[in-house]
Write a protein that binds this ligand. Structure first.
Ligand SMILES: Cc1cc2nc3c(=O)[nH]c(=O)nc-3n(C[C@H](O)[C@H](O)[C@H](O)COP(=O)(O)O)c2cc1C
Length: 184
């Protein structure tokens, strides 16, 4: 299996990065390959809401409205056997960079219905929160809704915060390993 791990914090040594690293370790321990993608190293803008709001992506299933690093990452996501999405919790939601990516992926793939190129693709979703952890669940809820829209398989949804860090990193490592061995 080749699994693309997408993380969306600006901090290279924060909780989000530790979660991504744990998932990667689990995936590699299972003998699969993991590719780490840091969204903050890429230029991926917001959806332009082209035309009357539906945009050309509704029929083309590609984003023609904003030319940036999205197009290459979209292809990488399509080609991957599974995905890991790791976001810090901002305002009870995904970070803006993860939101921009998932919004544009949804535009391109949800319009394909059962033909979505993410249909049945296992996705491990991780929300890394702060001390209190408020908003972790709403963040995971929004990630789950995204997975439903693009017809992906929410393999697991894990919330982690500072005080649960140690055992949740173990959980993420185990989840990465298990997902790498999963077949439908
Ligand atoms: C703009 C902003 C909004 C945040 N909102 C929340 C929040 O709603 N709930 C929460 O538990 N933590 C919140 N946090 C804290 C981050 O989720 C937390 O520090 C997280 O661990 C950051 O990940 P990082 O260490 O990888 O950067 C917020 C942080 C920022 C910068």
């Amino acid at each position: 299996m080749h699994i693309v791990v997408i993380e969306s914090s600006p901090n290279r040594d924060g909780l989000t990065a530790a979660c991504a690293q744990a998932a990667i370790e689990g995936i590699r321990a299972a003998g699969s390959t993991a590719e780490d993608v840091r969204l903050k190293d890429l230029k991926i803008g917001s959806c332009n809401q082209c035309g009357n709001g539906w945009g050309g992506c509704r029929s083309d299933h590609e984003c023609g409205g904003v030319q940036d690093d999205f197009q290459a990452l979209h292809q990488k996501v399509i080609d991957a056997d599974a995905l890991v999405l790791v976001t810090p919790v901002y305002w009870g939601d995904m970070s803006e960079s993860m939101k921009d990516l998932t919004d544009r992926l949804r535009r391109c793939e949800a319009s394909l219905g059962e033909e979505s190129r993410l249909l049945g693709k296992p996705v491990l979703m991780v929300a890394a929160a702060g001390g209190g952890g408020g908003g972790m669940i709403s963040c995971l809820t929004n990630m789950e809704r995204w997975a439903q829209h693009v017809r992906a398989l929410p393999y697991d949804m894990i919330g982690i915060k500072r005080i649960t860090r140690a055992y949740k990193l173990e959980t993420i490592r185990a989840a990465g390993r298990a997902m790498a061995g999963y077949s439908a």
